[in-house]
Design a protein. Structure first.
Length: 156
């Protein structure tokens, strides 16, 4: 896939915007010197920002294993990290899955505040995303994080 007319960084972004794992894998298999895994577009977003914004969990999984990935990259306009974006994704199940990936595999920093001085946990709507909020709060406390939801039943 070495074609010096190809903008691998643009393809990287597009793959994460569209949740296109085939393109992402081809881009990452290309000449490493042609790829900036932390490339920012004109808006200051990285591939991780786009993957979190668009619930591209497959892209998040793949990117977590790429050497040098900055899981805590900050959008210069909002100050949001990929974790902020993942935590506020409208579908609570997908939000939780993305938050788990970013924290357990990427070691995302839950303490980073955006430009409104809000951490990811501050932005979560607890009426719709309580499991996400609980997970982020446990991570902020440094409590052991299990990738599966807890069993809160009283069947003891």
């Amino acid at each position: 896939m070495t074609d010096y007319n190809t903008d691998y960084n643009a393809l990287l972004m597009a793959a994460c915007k569209d949740d296109n794992l085939d393109i992402l894998e081809k881009v990452l298999a290309a000449d490493a010197s042609a790829i900036d895994i932390n490339h920012t577009d004109e808006s200051g977003n990285t591939a991780l920002h786009y993957a979190a914004t668009n619930a591209s969990t497959g892209c998040l999984e793949i990117l977590m294993f790429y050497d040098g990935i900055n899981v805590n990259g900050v959008d210069p306009t909002t100050g949001d990290t990929p974790l902020h974006r993942a935590a506020t994704y409208p579908d609570a199940e997908l939000a939780l899955e993305m938050v788990q990936i970013l924290i357990t595999r990427g070691r995302a920093n839950v303490s980073i505040e955006n430009k409104d001085h809000k951490t990811a946990v501050d932005l979560v709507n607890s009426s719709t995303h309580q499991l996400v909020k609980d997970y982020l709060e446990r991570a902020a406390l440094g409590t052991h994080i299990d990738a599966s939801p807890a069993d809160d039943s009283d069947d003891d």
